[in-house]
Write a protein that binds this ligand. Structure first.
Ligand code: ADP
Ligand code: MG
Length: 366
C-alpha cells in the first residue's frame, strides 16, 4: 500500500489549465473523494496519477518515490471508469483475470484469485456470463473486480456509478465502501455527486476549475464550508442564500436583508466584527435549519408565504417566498401546511453561515 502525494500539479492543454496547482495527500489505506462539477479537471487529475498523461508542473509521489517519469504499467495503479470498458467477447471471469494474464501469472493462480475477488464482490454466479448478459450494476462490479485483482497500490475510480440506476447506485455505494475497508487499498474516487462523496469517503477534496478549494472530512466540510461555492455544493438540498448588508442604525449594528429586522443574533454580529458598515455578504441557511410555525414565536421570526410543496416521503420540503426570494425549508413529513398560506419562519442562527459577497469567503462561525 502507498501514501499518495500530489504536489503543485498542473496540466495544461493549450490555453486550458485542466489541473491548476493542485496539491493533495492521500494516506495509506485512506478513501478520498474528489468532488467537483463536470469539466473541473477530475479525470485529468486521475490520468496524471495513473501515468496516462504527463504533468506540465509539479510532482506525484508514491510513498517517498517521485513517479513523474515512471511509466503507467510500472505504477501498480488500477483505474475504474464510468463506462465499464469490459471486453465484450470475454466472460466476467476472463475480464477479471485479464490483468493477470498479461502479467503471465499461472492459470491456477488466476482461477483462485478471480474466485477470491468474485466472492468479495458477490458475483460468483455471474462469472460465466458475457458483459451483454449483465446489468449495468453487475458490469461495474466486474470492472471493479478487474481493477482489484492484481492488488494495486492505488485504486482510482472515475465516476464509476454515474451510469447505473439510482437504486443500484445506493447499493454499490455501500459495497465499494465495504470493499475499501476489506482490501485496504488507497482509494481516490472521483464524483460530481455530493451524496457519494459524503457517504463513502474518509475525506473529501472539493475541486473547481482545476483547483483544490477545500479538503476535509464530510462533517467538516458540511459544517465549515470554506466559501459560498463549497457550501452550495455540499448538502442533499442546496443551502439557501440571502443578500445582506451590514448597517449601522444609530450606533446599533445590524444586518439589512430581505426578511429580518435589524435586531440580529449575537453570534452573527460577532462574526461581522471588524467589518465596515455597508459590507455586503451572503447569509447561508440550510433547509434543515429553518423552522416553520403558524404563529410568531420570537422577535427574530419573519413572515413568508408558502409557494410550493415537495413531499419526499421521509420529509416535506416547503418552498417559501419572502418578497421575491424563494427558499426551501425541510420539515417533518406530517407537517400540515397549504400552498398560499402565510407562515412564520425562524432560523437556527447557531448553524447559519456568512460569506463575503466580494470573494465568497466564509466568515467563520463563532
Ligand atoms: N486531451 C485533452 N485535450 C484538450 N483539452 C482537454 C483534454 N482533456 C481534458 N481537457 C479539458 O480539460 C478540462 C477538464 O476536463 P476533465 O478532466 O475531463 O474534467 P472532469 O473529469 O472534471 O469532467 C475540460 O475543459 C476539458 O475540455
Ligand atoms: Mg471526468
Amino acid at each position: 500500500m502507498v501514501k499518495l502525494t500530489v504536489e503543485g500539479v498542473s496540466k495544461h492543454f493549450g490555453d486550458t489549465k485542466a489541473v491548476n496547482n493542485f496539491s493533495l495527500k492521500v494516506e495509506d489505506e485512506e478513501f478520498v473523494s474528489i468532488l467537483g462539477p463536470s469539466g473541473c479537471g477530475k479525470t485529468t487529475l486521475l490520468r496524471l496519477i495513473a501515468g496516462l498523461e504527463t504533468l506540465s508542473e509539479g510532482r506525484i509521489l508514491f510513498n517517498d518515490k517521485i513517479v513523474n517519469d515512471v511509466p503507467s504499467r510500472e505504477r501498480n495503479v488500477s483505474m475504474v471508469f464510468q463506462s465499464y470498458a469490459l471486453f465484450p467477447h470475454l466472460t466476467a471471469a476472463e475480464n477479471i483475470g485479464f490483468p493477470l494474464v498479461i502479467r503471465k501469472v499461472s492459470k491456477g493462480k488466476i482461477t483462485d484469485r478471480v474466485r477470491e475477488v468474485a466472492e468479495l464482490l458477490k458475483i460468483v454466479p455471474l462469472l460465466g456470463r458475457k458483459p451483454r448478459e449483465l446489468s449495468g450494476g453487475e458490469q461495474q462490479r466486474v470492472a471493479v473486480g478487474r481493477a482489484v485483482v492484481r492488488q494495486p497500490d492505488v485504486l482510482l475510480m472515475d465516476e464509476p456509478l454515474s451510469n447505473v440506476d439510482a437504486k443500484t447506485r445506493a447499493y454499490l455505494r455501500a459495497e465499494l465502501k465495504e470493499l475499501q475497508r476489506k482490501i485496504k487499498t488507497t482509494f481516490l474516487y472521483v464524483t460530481h455527486d455530493q451524496t457519494e462523496a459524503m457517504t463513502m469517503s474518509h475525506r473529501i477534496a472539493i475541486m473547481r476549475e482545476g483547483k483544490l478549494i477545500q479538503v476535509g472530512t464530510p462533517e467538516d466540510i458540511y459544517e465549515h464550508p470554506k466559501d459560498v461555492w463549497s457550501a452550495s455544493f455540499i448538502g442533499s438540498l442546496p443551502m439557501n442564500f440571502f443578500d445582506c448588508t451590514l448597517i449601522d442604525k444609530r450606533g446599533v449594528r445590524a444586518i439589512g436583508a430581505v426578511c429580518f429586522s435589524p435586531q440580529s443574533p449575537k453570534n452573527i454580529m460577532k462574526m461581522l466584527e471588524g467589518l465596515e458598515d455597508g459590507t455586503k455578504f451572503n447569509l447561508g441557511v440550510r433547509p434543515e435549519d429553518i423552522e416553520i410555525s403558524k404563529t410568531r414565536t420570537s422577535q427574530l421570526t419573519c413572515e413568508a408565504d408558502v409557494h410550493l410543496l415537495e413531499p419526499m416521503g421521509d420529509s416535506l420540503i416547503v418552498n417559501l417566498k419572502i418578497d421575491n426570494t424563494i427558499m426551501r425549508a425541510k420539515t417533518k413529513p406530517g407537517f400540515k401546511v397549504d400552498v398560499g398560506e402565510h407562515v412564520y419562519i425562524t432560523f437556527d442562527w447557531s448553524r447559519a453561515h456568512l460569506f463575503l459577497s466580494s470573494d465568497g469567503a466564509s466568515l467563520h462561525k463563532v
